[in-house]
Design a protein around this ligand. Structure first.
Ligand SMILES: [Zn+2]
Length: 288
C-alpha cells in the first residue's frame, strides 16, 4: 500500500530555504517507495475569493509591497507560485482523502495566515481554505506544530464548518475561541503521557463531539526537542507516538484524513527524517 502524496517541484523553490527543504523530504520518500506522488492540478485563484481580503489577495498575486511579503518571506513570483501550488495540493489532497481515507500533501498548512495578511512564513491559509471551498463538509484541523494556529483560529470564528484544535508549545496568539481549542504543552515539565498524550485525547473528544467529515492533520516537526524553536520538546519516539495516535483515531472513527507537514528549523535532512517517520506511522496504520 502506497499513500497518495501531492507534491511538485513548484512547492520547493531552491532559493527559499524554508520551502526548499520540502524537496529533501520528497527525495527521501521517493527512495523509500512509501508514497505515490502526484502533482496537484492548477489552482484557480478565484477559490480564494471571500477567504482572504481582496486587497491582500491582489497584493500577493501581483507582488505589491508591503503586503506581498507580509508573511516574512520576501515575495517573488516563485514564492507566490509555490504557495498556490501547495493550495492546489490541499484541495486535491482532501478530495483524495474523502474518496480513499488518507492522503498527504507534502506542503505546509500555513496556519498563521489571517484574512488581511500573511504572517510567520504563512502567506495564505491552506487549512481554512478547505473549509471555505467545501462549505457542506465539516473540517476539523488538528494542528500539532510548535506554534499555535492563530490564523486558523480566526477563520474558525467566521466559518461555521471549520473546527481547530491546536497543541503547541509557543502560543503565537492562539488562545482558543469559537470552534477553536488551544492546548499548551511542555513535555519536559509535564511528561509525554500527562502533557502531550492528554492533549491528544482531549482533541479526540472534540472530534467525537463535532463529528467532522474530514480531519486535516498538521504534523509539525518544529516541536521536536532538537529544533531551535521547540518548547514542546517531543523526542523522536514521542513524535512517532503522536502520529500513530492521530492516524489510528482517524482510521478507527472512519474519518478521512489529509495530512500536511509544517514547520521545522533543523537541518533539512533531519526534518526530512521526521517527515518520513510521520509517513511511516500513516503507512503502518492504514496498512493494518
Ligand atoms: Zn511552527
Amino acid at each position: 500500500m502506497r499513500i497518495r502524496a501531492y507534491y511538485s517541484t513548484a512547492y520547493a523553490p531552491m532559493d527559499v530555504p524554508t520551502l526548499a527543504r520540502l524537496s529533501v523530504a520528497a527525495a527521501r520518500l521517493q527512495e523509500l517507495g512509501l508514497v505515490e506522488f502526484k502533482a496537484p492540478g492548477p489552482f484557480d485563484v478565484a477559490r480564494l475569493n471571500g477567504l482572504h481580503s481582496d486587497a491582500y489577495v491582489g497584493a500577493f498575486l501581483n507582488g505589491e509591497e508591503p503586503l506581498a511579503s507580509s508573511q516574512g518571506i520576501a515575495w517573488s513570483p516563485a514564492v507566490r507560485d509555490a504557495a498556490l501550488a501547495m493550495l492546489g495540493g490541499q484541495l486535491d489532497g482532501v478530495a483524495h482523502a474523502l474518496e480513499h481515507g488518507i492522503a498527504l500533501n507534502l506542503a505546509r498548512g500555513f496556519h498563521h495566515a489571517v484574512r488581511e495578511r500573511g504572517s510567520g512564513f504563512c502567506p495564505l491559509n491552506g487549512l481554512a481554505l478547505i473549509a471555505h471551498c467545501l462549505p457542506d463538509r465539516r473540517i476539523f484541523v488538528l494542528d500539532c506544530d510548535e506554534h499555535g494556529g492563530n490564523g486558523t483560529e480566526e477563520f474558525a470564528a467566521e466559518l461555521p464548518n471549520l473546527f481547530n484544535a491546536s497543541i503547541f508549545g509557543t502560543r503565537f496568539g492562539c488562545r482558543g475561541g469559537k470552534r477553536s481549542w488551544a492546548f499548551q504543552v511542555r513535555v519536559k515539565e509535564q511528561g509525554f503521557d500527562d502533557g502531550y498524550m492528554a492533549a491528544l485525547k482531549a482533541a479526540e473528544h472534540l472530534v467525537l463531539a463535532h463529528r467532522p467529515d474530514v480531519i486535516v492533520y498538521q504534523a509539525g516537526t518544529d516541536c521536536h526537542h532538537a529544533d531551535p524553536k521547540s518548547r514542546v520538546g517531543l523526542r523522536t519516539r514521542d513524535m512517532f507516538r503522536r502520529d500513530l495516535f492521530v492516524f489510528r483515531m482517524a482510521r478507527t472513527l472512519q474519518i478521512p484524513l489529509l495530512f500536511v507537514v509544517a514547520g521545522g528549523y533543523q537541518q533539512a535532512d533531519q526534518i526530512a527524517r521526521l517527515n518520513v517517520n510521520t509517513v511511516y506511522a500513516a503507512h503502518r496504520v492504514f496498512s493494518e
